[in-house]
Design a protein around this ligand. Structure first.
Ligand SMILES: O=C(O)CCC(=O)C(=O)O
Ligand SMILES: [Fe+2]
Length: 242
């Protein structure tokens, strides 16, 4: 795959790959996700999530083997992007109802700084906003299970947004990873007027979203499920030797 041809926007470095999986693969993934044991879900204030691959700690991953229905996807991401130095070993599955989102955050330091997000279900807009780097130390206090940390300082210049259609893959790294917060508003309508990938996203949509084309408003009338695929380079072989 020529990843360069999927680059979007002016900020290094964001790639948007429409139709990364087929309708059938999307349905199969949703079957596996909703077929998982109820105890696999962790309910947060504004969404539910499933954690696959093991527990991420500040010092690395206490690993758990990914099931084959996930490695099928992660291997395809590894091979087609060529951006991960070894196999993706962690997948966070987030579920959002139309009035749910994720606060602007930066992914935690345990991850290799490349993120691949596969979207299923309802389209949404993800907002990126630059933040002023925190001057000192770590910000562990606000980190939750997903390894994300809230960062309060930010500015609104140079912000940009990406429209994430079902079955698409969004990859971001470099500045987009290190100098920007990313988040999804909890509003049931999202405006896609300013997105950096409107043409790419809408070219591939097959009527699975309700849009108001004149005002570029997206009505989130379905649940969205996303798979955030990452690599935790440091893996703990022995739980008791932390
Ligand atoms: O659901 C998404 O698209 C984003 C998830 C995310 O940012 C995360 O899990 O860190
Ligand atoms: Fe994130």
């Amino acid at each position: 795959m020529d990843l360069e041809s999927f680059r979007v926007g002016l900020t290094p470095t964001v790639f948007y790959i429409p139709g990364f999986i087929t309708d059938q693969e999307e349905a199969q993934l949703l079957n596996h996700i909703y077929g998982a044991s109820g105890s696999k879900w962790k309910t947060l204030k504004n969404r539910r999530l499933q954690n696959w691959g093991g527990m991420v700690h500040e010092k690395g991953l206490v690993p758990q083997e990914l099931p084959s229905w996930l490695t099928k996807i992660t291997e395809k991401i590894n091979e087609s992007s060529g951006l991960f130095p070894s196999a993706i070993n962690h997948v966070l599955i987030n579920e959002y109802h139309p009035d749910q989102g994720i606060m602007p955050h930066q992914d935690g330091p345990a991850y290799f700084p490349v993120v691949a997000i596969l979207s299923l279900g309802s389209p949404v807009v993800m907002d990126f906003s630059p933040h002023l780097r925190l001057i000192s130390g770590d910000d562990d206090n606000s980190r939750d299970q997903s390894g994300e940390s809230g960062v309060s300082e930010r500015d609104n210049q140079n912000s940009f947004s990406v429209l994430m259609m079902p079955r698409s893959l969004l990859i971001f790294k470099d500045e987009a990873y290190s100098d920007y917060l990313h988040g999804i508003s909890d509003s049931p309508t999202h405006c896609y007027k300013q997105v950096v990938n409107e043409a790419e996203a809408l070219a591939c949509s097959s009527g699975d979203s309700r849009t108001d084309g004149d005002n570029k408003i997206l009505h989130r009338d379905q649940t969205r499920v996303s798979l955030t695929c990452r690599l935790v380079p440091k893996v703990h072989k022995n739980l008791f030797r932390f």
